[in-house]
Design a protein around this ligand. Sequence first.
Ligand SMILES: *[C@@H]1O[C@H](CO)[C@@H](O)[C@H](O)[C@H]1NC(C)=O
Ligand SMILES: *[C@@H]1O[C@H](CO)[C@@H](O)[C@H](O)[C@H]1NC(C)=O
Length: 293
Amino acid sequence: MAHWLSSSLVLLLCFAISTIAKPSSFSFKDNFDVMFADDHFKTSSDGQVWSLYLDKETGCGFQTKQRYRFGWFSMKLKLVGGDSAGVVTAFYMCSDLGAGPERDELDFEFLGNRTGQPYTIQTNVYKGGVGGREMRHMLWFDPTEDFHTYSLLWNNHTIVFFVDRVAIREYKNNVAESNDFFPNEKPMYMFSSIWNADDWATRGGLEKTDWKKAPFVSSYKDFNVDGCQWEDPYPACVSTTAEHWWDQYQAWTLTDSQQQDFSWVGRNLVIYDYCNDYERYPKLPPECALHSD
Ligand SMILES: *[C@@H]1O[C@H](CO)[C@@H](O)[C@H](O)[C@H]1NC(C)=O
Ligand SMILES: *[C@@H]1O[C@H](CO)[C@@H](O)[C@H](O)[C@H]1NC(C)=O
């Protein structure tokens, strides 16, 4: 504990020096702020890999300085290995800095597991503070062994969750008149964080976090945003220019090859879909009628 804290100071110092000596391609400080627990955040000496630490005291998180409305948001993550039951790492976009009651949110959540048991990835969509739209997938690789890319495509027609460029979830804006379920008005920050969720995450809360294994570490690199940075006044982020490919017609639906991958994922890797959960929703939410095909 004390050891990694002091080495993190050294690393932070190196980071400061290296950014002065050599302007790096991408700087954490220019684009992000640590949200909480600065001493649980570390960067590699070249500044390119960031790590979040969770121990019994606290987790940690960071957020973009800017808000965006629509675009492509992507990050490489390497998740906590070994015994990670109870630990959740999230990569998400949210309109609020706190968990406000009216927030819009798009979530990737990685739910840890006991050693050798597979991670699951949970996604969710909130509109105006209303979520409850979970899906859970198995992955086709071990996300703790190496970095993999997790991305969101967001425009006014669709929200697509990608893993290594494979579309795992598509959330469409198909009801022209009603806008109760599709987040498209509020600009969002991008966040990532690690925390203890052993009250629900692993086998419904039965598997508890083993604090003897702390600290738990998730690592990040290659943040990439190609989106519309929000500027007041609204609606500064509506664009029709060809550079803004994420808004263009081609990005409103999946391509044929994306559709093939997506169908394969749907047949093989989905372990939970709220749209099939009739116990929870005897009357399914309206968007469920639209997204099945
Ligand atoms: C987004 O789509 C809605 C329909 O769901 C439409 O009313 C609205 O004008 C569109 N907004 C933009 C910015 O294209
Ligand atoms: C953990 O592993 C068990 C057993 O393989 C599996 O049923 C479960 O979905 C996994 N993930 C979580 C988050 O519990």
